[in-house]
Design a protein around this ligand. Sequence first.
Ligand SMILES: [Zn+2]
Length: 477
Amino acid sequence: MKYINSILFLLVLSICCGFYFIPGKVHKKPALALIGVNVIPMNKEQVLKDQVVVIENGKIRSITDRLKSKLGKDVQTIDASGKYLVPGFFDMHAHFFYEQGNNVNTCAEELKVMLANGLTTVRIECGDSVYLDARKKVEENVWTGPKLFVASPQFVGKWAWPGKVFAEICTTPKEAEVAVRKCKKQGYDEIKITFMVKRDVYDAIIKTAKEENIKVTGHVGPLVKLPAALQAKQQIEHMDEFIDMLLPDTSYNHGECVSDMNIWRKNAWATVPFLDENKIPALVKSVKEAGICVTPTNYFFFSSFADSIPKEEYMKRTDYGYIPSVIIKDRWEIREHYWKNPPLADKRKKYIDIRKKITYALWKAGVPLMAGSDSPEWFLVQGFSIHDELEVFTKAGVSNYGALETVTKNPATYAGVIKNKGTIEAGKDADLILLDKNPLENISNTRSINTMILGGELYDRKSLDKMLGDAKKVLSK
Ligand SMILES: [Zn+2]
C-alpha cells in the first residue's frame, strides 16, 4: 500500500511537471516545431508551403500555415525554412549481413546506416531469430533504427549451401503446413517464399497461411508460375515470372525466361530476344485484377546482372566502404564468375528495357509498387540503395511523386500501418525526413538528408554522420 501511494505521488508529480515518468528514468520532452518548412504530405500530390509542424510525444501534433500558427512558450523551435519534409521511407526488401556469409551479428550498426539514409521502416525479407530479437530491441528502444517487419526464414524446395540454413526446407505439403504454423507462432510478420518450391507445396503454404492469417510474400518460381501466384494473391517480389509471360506461344517458349534463379542460365537468356512487348498490357491487367502489391527491386537486377559496372566505379561509391571485408572477396568472386562470360549486350539492354516498360505500365495501371533494395546483396548497402531504386523508378517513366509513393504511402498501406505512418498528417507518428532540396523536382534530392526524425527524436546531419562513421568502423573490419 505504501508503495502504491508513492507510485501515485510520482505519477501525479510527473504529470503536473510535464515530465514522463519511466521507472529508472525521468526525462522531459518539450514539443518541437519545425518553422517555415515545405511539407510534402503524400496524401495527395501537393506541397504545403511555409508551414509550422509541431511534434510532441513522438507524434505529429499539428501542421499549420506559418502566418496562422501560434506557439506556446513551451515549444522548442527549429528554423526549417526552405527545406522539405517528407514521411520517413520504407525499404520493403532488405536483409542483414548476418545471413550473407560471415554470421557476424552487426545488425545494430546496419540499423544506424538505414536510419541515416532515410529509412524509418524496413521489411527484412528472410527471417531468423536474430532478426526477431533485433525487431524487439528496436521496439524497446535498446537499439536505434527503423521499425522492422520480419518475414519468415525463406521457404525453399532445396538448400544447397554450406553452413547455417536460413530456410524452411519444404518438400511436401505436410512439411509446408507445419512450417507455416511454426513461423506464425514464432512471431514472423509474413511467410517468405524463395525458390524451388513445388506447386503442391506452394498450394499448402497459401492455404495454411490463409488459415493462420499471415501474408505470403516473395519469389514466384517456374514450378508455380505467375497465374497461380496471382490467383493466390501472393505479394510478389522482383516481378518474378512477369517477363516470362511475354514469351511467344511458339517453339521458342522454353517456358523459362530470366526470372528467379534462371537469370544465371545462358539458356534462359537465349529467350530474351523473343520477348513480346505487346503482351505487357495483358500481363499488367492480370496483376491489377489480382489486387496485389509488387516490389520490382530493379536496381539490384540492373546493377548485378545487366549493367557492366566496372570494379573501379564500385570501389569509388560511398556505400562500398560499409561492406565487411570478409564479404567483399566473396562478392567479387560471384560477380566475376557471372561477368566472365556475360549474356550479350543487346540481350542485357533488352532485359533492362522490358523491366522498365513493365514497371511503368504497372504504375500507369495503378498497381501499388513498393520500393525494395534487396540490399545487402552483391554491393548494395542498406539505406544507400533505396535512393538508387527510386532513381530507377523515375528512369522507367514513373513520376517523382509516384516514386515517392513507393517508399511511403504504398508500403504503409500494404503493411497495415497507414493509420500511423506513410503520410504526414496530424496524429501520425513523427517518422520524418527533412530534406535540403525538393524531391518532386528531382528524385535524387531524396539524398539531401538534413535531419531524420524517428518517433519524434531528432537526428541532425552531424549526428547522422557520426552514426555512419561509427557503423562504418565496425562494418568495414
Ligand atoms: Zn532478397
